[in-house]
Design a protein around this ligand. Structure first.
Ligand SMILES: [Zn+2]
Length: 74
C-alpha cells in the first residue's frame, strides 16, 4: 500500500489508549483519540500525554476488541 504524502489523507481510526505506567496520573484511564495508520507495525502508535511513555494498550472496534476497564476518568 502506498501512503499519501499528506498525513491527513492517511487511513485513521478512533482508538482508546490506556497508559499502564505505574504511578502515571493517567494510569489505567482510557483516552479516546484519532490514530493514523503506520506503514510498518505496530500499525497504531500512541504516547501518553502525562508520562510520555509509549501506549501499549490501544483498543478499538475495528479489530473486534472490546473496551474494558474503567470508563470514567472522574
Ligand atoms: Zn502515562
Amino acid at each position: 500500500m502506498t501512503y499519501p504524502s499528506d498525513v491527513a489523507e492517511w487511513p485513521s481510526v478512533e482508538l482508546t489508549a490506556i497508559c499502564r505506567t505505574p504511578g502515571c496520573p493517567a494510569e489505567n484511564i482510557p483516552f479516546t483519540g484519532l490514530y493514523y495508520e503506520n506503514p510498518e507495525p505496530p500499525i497504531y502508535r500512541g504516547q501518553c500525554g502525562q508520562c510520555g511513555q509509549p501506549i501499549e494498550t490501544l483498543l478499538g472496534d475495528s479489530d473486534g476488541q472490546q473496551i474494558s476497564g474503567p470508563t470514567r476518568a472522574s
